[in-house]
Design a protein around this ligand. Structure first.
Ligand code: BGP
Length: 479
């Protein structure tokens, strides 16, 4: 027993967090481009008008747009079989509502794909990863509006036809269930109600009705994209992408257990139930009623959802948390979905609780529930790294984190889970999505770039680079 022979070992990035070149070759502004830098404990700001002299980390990011050949060569040196990256929607449709795609954008990703294929690396493409065109936010408040489905499908058609024969795996939306929480509204759905004044990222007024109506539109868009992909190329496999936020009842008090069930439904299952089973779950109505949401549907929507179920499930896994009915228990830090800290676990410097066993639990849970192939497309430790005088970076803590998670993946495979691959997050250092900082590093490749805007973007191999290379070489035998 062990990982399959063709297991997709690799790494993951997102365009807005690594490319830079934010206004080059016809690219439009995405929702990430209007977010300033921030740091742990100090939220980034959303500025609907780009401010002169303000630092926007996505504008230069790590210059992957210019250096992708060098980066992919490094991935190949590690032995990657797969590279998960996103196409920045605003390179293809700068404002989002154009009729014709931007050729320079299409050409760029063709080069990225060709570069991967040159090394036998399978591209795994996220169609929308926190890169909604800001033009569509201004036009119709993005996914709040049903017209987004057409804009998204135009975009899908352009890339599905252009990359036919070169790409096999697509993901419709990154962490779609981030919109079960307020934080997903802007990044995931392009929703911004205040278009005049800057807002603090974590303090936007939240309107659940918008988020859930937006999700309905995204479910339809995803289902139609699945059908379109299969029509354009029967070889295409289309997956969803969700955050799996492992969650435990804080105690065996039945109140905690019931609360935990509610948490799972709302955050872990709601979206994937629709995308994998093709229908809203039975609990949806009461859950939505409880939060004052009523979804507007059109005739035929149920049919669309039914016909467009995904081929495989992918998810990000970073941490777990607990649910407690005790009002004294305060929610801790987390990857968007939050929860009460678990006294049995330690946390990263950013307060994300490290729980490798939760990954085995997640894999089994999703496998039992949906009976579909699974892929872990994000996992990793955001940490501060130190470059020694001799240029080495001894990130043993990262190796430890990854090793323990891979061990648990292996156990899940032994449990019977059909696991396609593993692409740890930020295989190369990049900008953090939640805090907008460079200091929170995930990579096996260090990038010399800092939060004060200094640095020459040089790439350095960390100790984890060599460690992961050996993991891949031995198909996960040597950890
Ligand atoms: C996920 C996102 C990624 C990524 C990662 C790490 O939520 O899909 O874009 O950034 O989390 O989060 P952060 O960068 O905030 O540490």
């Amino acid at each position: 027993m062990g990982f399959k022979e063709n297991f997709l070992w690799g790494g993951a990035t997102a365009a807005n967090q690594c490319e830079g070149a934010w206004n080059v070759d016809g690219k439009g502004i995405s929702v990430s481009d209007i977010c300033t830098g921030g740091k742990f404990g100090q939220s980034k700001r959303i500025t609907p008008v780009i401010e002169e002299g303000t630092f926007y980390p996505s504008h230069e990011a790590i210059q992957h747009y210019y250096r992708f050949k060098e980066d992919i060569a490094l991935f190949a040196e590690m032995g990657f079989k797969c590279y998960r990256f996103s196409i920045n929607w605003t390179r293809i449709f700068p404002n989002g509502d154009e009729k014709e795609p931007n050729e320079a954008g299409l050409k760029h990703y063709e080069e990225v794909i060709d570069e991967c294929l040159k090394y036998g690396i399978e591209p795994l493409i996220t169609i929308s990863h926190y890169e909604v065109p800001f033009g569509l936010t201004k036009k119709c408040n993005a996914w709040v509006s049903r017209e987004m489905i057409d804009y998204y499908l135009n975009y899908c058609r352009a890339i599905f036809t252009r990359y036919k024969g070169k790409v096999k795996y697509w993901l419709t939306f990154n962490e779609i269930n981030s919109s079960a929480a307020p934080m997903g509204a802007l990044l995931n759905q392009g929703i911004l109600n205040e278009l005049e004044n800057p807002t603090i990222f974590m303090e936007q007024p939240d309107i659940p009705q918008q988020r859930y109506q937006g999700l309905h539109h995204m479910f339809l868009a995803s289902a139609l994209a699945v059908q379109m992909a299969h029509e354009i190329d029967p070889e295409y496999k289309v997956g969803n992408m969700m955050i799996y936020s492992a969650s435990y009842p804080m105690t065996c008090n039945p109140d905690d257990v019931v609360l935990n069930q509610r948490y799972n439904r709302m955050y872990n299952y709601y979206c994937t139930d629709v995308q994998a089973r093709g229908a809203y779950p039975a609990y949806a109505d009461s859950l939505l009623k409880e939060i004052g949401v009523e979804i507007v549907k059109e005739p035929g929507d149920d049919e669309i959802l039914k016909k467009g179920t995904i081929d495989f499930i992918t998810f990000s896994y970073y941490m777990s948390s607990c649910q407690s009915s005790d009002p004294e228990q305060k929610s801790g830090e987390g990857n968007i979905l939050g929860g009460v800290p678990n006294p049995y676990l330690e946390a990263s410097d950013w307060g994300w609780q490290i729980d490798p066993k939760g990954l085995r639990y997640a894999l089994n849970d999703l496998s039992d529930r949906y009976q579909l192939p699974l892929m872990v497309v994000e996992n990793g430790l955001g940490a501060k790294d130190t470059v020694e005088e001799d240029g080495s970076i001894n990130d043993d803590y990262r190796i430890e984190y990854l090793r323990k998670h891979i061990e648990q993946m292996k156990l899940a495979v032994e449990d019977g889970v059909d696991l396609m691959g593993y692409t740890p997050w930020g295989c190369i250092d990049l900008v953090s999505a939640t805090t907008g900082e460079y200091a929170k590093r995930y990579g096996m490749i260090y990038v010399r770039r800092f939060d004060d805007g200094t640095g020459d973007f040089a790439r350095l191999k960390k100790k984890s680079f060599y460690w992961y290379q050996n993991v891949i070489r031995t198909n996960g035998e040597k950890l």
